[in-house]
Design a protein around this ligand. Sequence first.
Ligand code: ST9
Length: 106
Amino acid sequence: VAEPALDHQKRFEAAVDVIKKLPKNGLYQPSYRVMLRFYGLYKQAVCGPCNQPRPGFWDPVGRYKWDAWSRMGGMSSEGAMATYVDEMKKVAKEVLETLPVNEKTA
Ligand code: ST9
């Protein structure tokens, strides 16, 4: 039986890899909200809690990213990895369910 923490990490790495390999412009366009949610979980999993200063007025994108990361608070790295995988599965399921069925042959 595999170490549960290691298991989380493997699944997380696989999920990260899938997301990195998705085409930028596919059938499904995630909202900024969804992207920021994954971003926050990713940073928390990889870097731990956000302890950087919030970017200033001239970097609105940086501030959105910082906010998404900070929102994770003190969540553990393992918790962030597990949540990232769970939410990716949920989104993938939703996407696959809404894809048009155009292969009906019967
Ligand atoms: C489509 C296919 O339509 C339809 C069927 C698909 C069915 C399966 C669906 C699965 C759903 C998954 C949901 C997607 C949600 C998208 C989340 C995006 C975040 N995760 O190295 P950099 C950080 S597909 C989170 O410069 P890359 C990294 O730390 C059509 N964050 O860029 C850095 O921040 P900072 C839709 C990550 O490597 C910043 O991002 N296609 C991850 O060139 C930039 O990193 C898509 O949605 C990660 N895995 O790009 C494409 N990796 O600077 C989604 C890095 O602060 N993918 N970061 O350190 C992408 O947009 C990019 O691959 C990327 C990384 C942004 C995740």
